[in-house]
Design a protein around this ligand. Sequence first.
Ligand code: FAD
Length: 415
Amino acid sequence: MRIAVIGNGIVGTCCGAWLQRDGHEVVFIDPLGPAEAASFGNAGSLSPSACLPVGMPGMWKKVPGWLLDRLGPLTVRWWYAPFVAPWLWRFLRASSPAEVVRIATAMRGLLAPIFECYEPLLQRAGATGLMRRSGCLYVYSSRQAAKQWAWGMELRRRLGVELREVGEEELAALEPDLKGRFRFGLLAPENGSTPDPGALTRAIFAQCEKDGATTVRARAGGFRLRGGSVAAVTLEGGGEMACDGVVLAGGAWSARLARQLGPAIPLETQRGYHVTVESSTLGLTHTVMAVEHNIMANPMRMGLRLAGTVEFAGLSAAPDMRRADALLARGREIFPHLDTSRVTRWMGHRPCLPDSMPVIGRAPRADNAWFAFGHGHVGMCGAASTGREVANLVAGRAPQIDLSPFSPTRFRRAA
Ligand SMILES: Cc1cc2nc3c(=O)[nH]c(=O)nc-3n(C[C@H](O)[C@H](O)[C@H](O)COP(=O)(O)OP(=O)(O)OC[C@H]3O[C@@H](n4cnc5c(N)ncnc54)[C@H](O)[C@@H]3O)c2cc1C
């Protein structure tokens, strides 16, 4: 079959690569090159343990304080508040303990096979060096401080995540750069990361091209339907691309196209920032999640990347790089000896549903269209397993994980 894949971020690229393994002809449609949107600048964590939703029980109590702090971990630009309010309401409703257990169970299913789903793609691309399994350290100022997050950590353990307690001395031995400021940690040894998320995406994409994929550098504007099937993707600026099937993997921009093939899906962008400290001389060997600081530090090829924070301001507003500077300031608190003389700053759009789960499944109004978007904070983690499952759906094979929680119609049911 000739399958059009809309979007060549990490999710679309992995879908294309897995579809090619079944012998399909893949045509990517994207006005941008591979990994020029969210998949370029993320923190690069590949974490089977990242199954908890963003909205956790009791979080609502912290939200007002965060909202008042323009440079804090979560902010809404005031003019955007009326637009995002219904979404935030759904987000808070999805943060009850029962919902969190349900969501984490589903997400663990998607994230547990991260490495088995990336490995064949990276091996074929000759790029296994872009994925490392070096573990992640969640670090805290004290064992007492960690108790605040204990419920979530216990839930992770119940779902099969290995989390090993690390005392102050061992922590300092594992990561000397953390010495003195963090006295307790949890090591997730099965976690991994990439030293360059953009390069990882581009490597898989380049292999897709070698294996015959072609690219249309245009924005998809809609679909031409014949009966209950998509016959072609129409392109903004004119023209169309005939296809036998279509996968919609347009990241944070997917909602408008999805609406043409099914009920409305409440997709929102959670804008996130990074600072890459190119002048860093730190010797970190793990991904470090400084939980109280709400910041992730990952040693990358181009320097130490500090990433995090959530900003609600839609898809068009200009970045507020003061948020990136605030990340850098927190980075300096964590690593006072960090050389910050050379840094780059970036903002990207996380495609987010209120329940922190992606949409993976057949489009409700077309029998040859499939949705693969909304991976939120874990798109790097979930892309390869999403690709495998999309290939299963297209082939009519049984899914290898339970896809029902990711159904494109779940919001209609909730409404
Ligand atoms: C600061 C930050 C840190 C993060 N850290 C991590 C992390 O450590 N681990 C992790 O797993 N995830 C992380 N994420 C999340 C991750 O980056 C995203 O979930 C992931 O990149 C989404 O991939 P995607 O392919 O869906 O979207 P994108 O990479 O945004 O790609 C979407 C593509 O679709 C194209 N497109 C859109 N509309 C159309 C159209 N109409 N026609 C054609 N093409 C279209 C766009 O041009 C774009 O190229 C982080 C995100 C941010 C912002």
